[in-house]
Design a protein around this ligand. Structure first.
Ligand SMILES: C[S@@+](CC[C@H](N)C(=O)[O-])C[C@H]1O[C@@H](n2cnc3c(N)ncnc32)[C@H](O)[C@@H]1O
Length: 309
């Protein structure tokens, strides 16, 4: 496969979920352009007066978007936690659908220079946006052992987080923790049992990446903004790849669909909090055929909700 390619996950279900056919001249947001798999299908479905605004925090993704020559399309270099400000700057205050396909792309994972992968040696960076934030090697150099352990345990759900954090702190004293290959070797030596078919560094790399990119915070900040910018009947579709992300999405949609009733009773019907979203269908996962051709899809979950009419 071309190193710069990314096979979109749940492509048709996610784009169908935006219900573009019912407002082909609406404005839609692809908050995670990547290599534009979902964006291209959205453009195919969009009418001549429709508009697609794409966002990505990775300058390489934004550069890839330059290959999309379509007057209905704009791509902005931003974090999706800046969704509202990004749309305000484009004078697009209300939108008809927002799609998030969170996590990392195959080009990010496959490019050794980005430092996401343990399979290919490179600088230990892991920032989706290398123009801001703190690289993984710099964070691992300065963080407390307890903080490292917590990140690896919480975001990687790694049983050996304590041993790994200890080994990282010992390795960095010798100044030998600047490359992905070095981190992978330190983790492999600290992990006692192996999960079949999985590199022992998988969980640690995932955890450090989630921390360095503040991925859960980004999602928590972006979802309420998506709800705020949606017009009536606008759709929110979110594909996540990790149980912690999925929990954030699930809880957000549930609490918007079933707002808490104040404890002060009795209330008149009109005083009851109104649902701010309606959940559409059940969570959707890729089938065996999709996972067979795209193993990255195996942990994906799509959730969809709609703003009430
Ligand atoms: C799984 S890929 C998206 C793939 C895309 N749907 C496609 O079909 O090519 C995730 C993309 O979202 C971007 N991304 C992740 N978190 C982001 C954030 N907080 N703000 C903006 N972009 C983000 C990543 O840089 C990456 O390019």
């Amino acid at each position: 496969m071309n190193q710069d390619a990314h096979v979109p996950v749940l492509l048709h279900p996610a784009v169908d979920a935006l219900a573009i056919d019912s407002r082909p001249d609406g404005t839609f947001v692809d908050a995670t352009f990547g290599r534009g798999g979902h964006s291209r299908l959205i453009l195919e479905r969009l009418g001549p007066n429709g508009r697609l605004i794409a966002i990505d925090r990775d300058p390489d993704a934004v550069a890839a978007a330059l290959t999309v020559h379509d007057p209905r399309f704009t791509c902005v270099h931003a974090r999706f936690s800046e969704l509202q400000a990004t749309l305000d700057a484009l004078q697009a205050s209300g939108v008809d659908g927002v799609l998030f396909d969170v996590g990392v792309s195959s080009p990010q994972l496959g490019d050794a220079r980005r430092g996401f992968g343990f399979g290919v040696d490179g600088p230990l960076d892991m920032r989706m946006d290398p123009t801001r934030g703190v690289a993984a090697a710099d964070w691992l150099e300065r963080a407390d052992e307890a903080e490292i352990r917590e990140v690896i345990s919480n975001y990687g759900e790694e049983r050996f987080a304590k041993q790994i954090a200890k080994a990282i702190v010992a390795a960095r004293r010798g100044g030998s923790l600047r490359r992905t290959g070095q981190l992978a070797a330190v983790v492999a030596a600290a992990v006692r049992t192996r999960e079949p078919g999985q590199n022992p560094a998988t969980r640690t790399f995932q955890a450090v990446r989630i921390h360095v990119n503040q991925e859960l915070e980004e999602l928590s900040l972006a979802l309420p903004q998506a709800l705020a910018v949606l017009r009536r009947s606008g759709r929110l579709a979110v594909i996540s790849f990790h149980s912690l992300e999925d929990r954030i999405v699930k809880n957000f949609m549930r609490s918007a669909a079933h707002p808490a009733v104040p404890e002060r009773l009795p209330l008149r019907a009109r005083e009851l909090p109104q649902p701010r979203m309606r959940i559409i269908g059940s969570p959707r996962k890729p089938g065996p055929a999709e996972i067979e051709v795209n193993p990255r899809a195996r942990s994906a979950v799509l959730r969809v909700a709609e703003k009430p009419h």
